[in-house]
Design a protein around this ligand. Structure first.
Ligand code: DC
Length: 228
């Protein structure tokens, strides 16, 4: 019997921003009837809460306290929309998706005490019948013994374009060139931080989604997971 055989199965979906992780994680979790962990949302909510409380972003311990004390919950929606995110009972689903919040989230995510403070909270999502976990270090740090690990990626230009369309749909006006620049800067920070850098686990399957439709990516991920 392996250490994890009495625990619910986990599929990890890691990769850079805009690789399609959120969409694929959601479709996969729905298809399998499993729980979903959007770990990026936890970093985003931590950043939002710290901004609301005017916490000094150069103070890692103060930010870690915010992460530890976070009163966050995810409410499933009846339709195909992502779960609603509540911070202290307030709906922050849209607020945490702004570029400012994403940038602040990337800063707090680079801090080891913040990552440590959020570790157990993430592992608690592992419940029967199973979990699909979306993030950067799901397969390397949070669930190293996961049943199946996938690393989704796509070219920076394509990821920026997907994000551009998403933001336009949400009514936010941005410049594509600025987005490419920001995505490259965020990748650089996420890949080069000392704690839990963004990289595929040794036993992860890398899926490059450049030029692929969502349906095709889902098929490939289901095949990799042996769940077709
Ligand atoms: O996936 P996202 O864009 O919502 O993530 C927001 C930020 O949090 C991003 O800069 C990467 C970081 N993050 C992380 O370091 N580890 C995770 N498991 C998830 C997100």
């Amino acid at each position: 019997m392996t250490a994890s055989s009495d625990q619910a199965p986990v599929i990890t979906i890691d990769g850079p921003s805009g690789a399609g992780k959120g969409t694929i994680t959601q479709l996969l979790a729905r298809r399998l009837g499993w729980h979903l962990l959007d770990s990026g949302a936890l970093y985003r909510v931590t950043a939002l809460s710290a901004m609301d409380r005017k916490v000094d972003f150069s103070n890692p311990d103060a930010l870690a306290r915010v992460a530890a004390e976070l009163k966050v919950s995810f409410e499933p929606t009846p339709d195909d929309e992502p779960a609603r995110v509540l911070l202290d009972g307030r709906d922050v689903t849209r607020e945490i998706r702004t570029e400012t919040c994403g940038d602040r989230a990337s800063q707090v995510a680079a801090l080891p005490p913040v990552r440590e403070a959020l570790l157990q909270r993430q592992r608690d999502f592992r419940q029967s019948p199973g979990l699909v976990a979306d993030g950067r270090d799901m397969g390397t740090v949070v669930f190293p013994e996961a049943d199946c690990k996938i690393f989704l990626t796509a070219s920076p230009a394509e990821r920026a374009e997907r994000r551009y369309r998403q933001l336009l749909e949400q009514g936010q006006s941005v410049k594509l060139a600025d987005l490419i620049h920001e995505i490259e800067a965020r990748d650089e920070r996420d890949m080069n931080r000392s704690t839990a850098p963004l990289k595929p686990a040794d036993d992860a399957q890398v899926v490059d989604t450049t030029g692929m439709s969502v349906e095709k990516v889902l098929d490939q991920v289901l095949a990799v997971a042996g769940r077709t």
